[in-house]
Ligand binder design. Sequence first.
Ligand code: ADP
Length: 390
Amino acid sequence: MAMSLAALAGFVVGALAILFYRNQIETRSRVDTTDAVETGAALPQGVASVLAVLPSSAVVLDAHDKVLRASSAARAFGLVKGDRLMAAELLALARQVRRDGEIRESEIDVAGHKFGQETTNFAVRVAPLGSHGQVLVLAEDQTERVRVEAVRRDFVANVSHELKTPVGALSLLAETIQDAADDPEAVTRFAGRMQHEAARLTYLVQDLITLSRIQGAEPIPTPGQVSIDEAIHDAIDHCNTKAVAKDITLVSGGTEGLRIWGDDELLLTALRNLIDNAVAYSPEHTRVVVSVRPAGDSVEISVSDQGIGIPEESLERIFERFFRVDAARSRATGGTGLGLAIVKHVAAAHAGEVSVWSKEGSGSTFTLRLPAFGGTAVPVPPSIPLETAL
Ligand code: ADP
């Protein structure tokens, strides 16, 4: 990106220099041309047309720092107001360039000029334009690139940290087993813990692969009709063992026969994650209900539990990668901290959304809203359990 900006800016500056050079020759050969250029009040011929096709914000200053030309983007970003360049840092750069004729590059932050607007980060390139003290300023908004880069760095740091824990534990356990070679009981105990850590590592790697697969598949490359009944049936089947261990009843209900337009594997993954969580964060002898209903052009699938709930202040963060309300509890239940991030990306890949309602101590309801595939729906009262897994 920075490279392409530099290349583009280099090209533009080069093009403008050629235009200016040609213009100088024309000026010399035609006496009547551009007294504006002579006084420094107008742009060299052709420069305006080049600036007009530029994707970046472009500003041309005259020898007295007055704005001769500014693209609408430069005005929209608040870099220019009237005939003044607003960013002091940029103005200082332009003056330096005018003084020594050197092209300069820099990064600057410009505070939002409208109330509530965030700071914009620009990659700027400033170059002299001809011999009348005019200066060209090109500014590329790179706020989004900087934000994405920061998120990526955070993610890599988090992944390294999450991987280090089980890998460190495995290496320690292996050493311990070596030392306890003549104590079969200890060997069995530590081998069991090694299996546990290895499983944790496997879940983490699987979730990372799923997440990266989904992120690369937005929107879904080959969508098709997906039966919601089948996805719910398979997801419940998958979570059954854990539910049985806690005597949690898994129930499904709502409208039968609904279909969505999407990817069956992804829908199954999302439902499995939601039901897994509902079971993991609920006490024994409770119920988890999965229900389906049509909602306009969409279908709503909700997973409700009678579990510990989520504190209000954490509600808007739970879909972030590696965010856990209680890290120790998540670890104890074998959580990777990626389950809900995967659900959010599955919803986004389907052009749908996921929302949450929760009350601490009462339970939570996660609702997936996905685009429906036109089909015949057979309404079934939600109170009738279609499937009870015990
Ligand atoms: P984890 O692997 O830790 O479960 P998730 O991304 O699936 O990661 O969930 C993030 C966090 O949201 C969990 O650590 C937990 O604190 C909270 N959470 C998710 N689902 C539920 C639920 N049904 N009830 C209570 N808390 C939940």
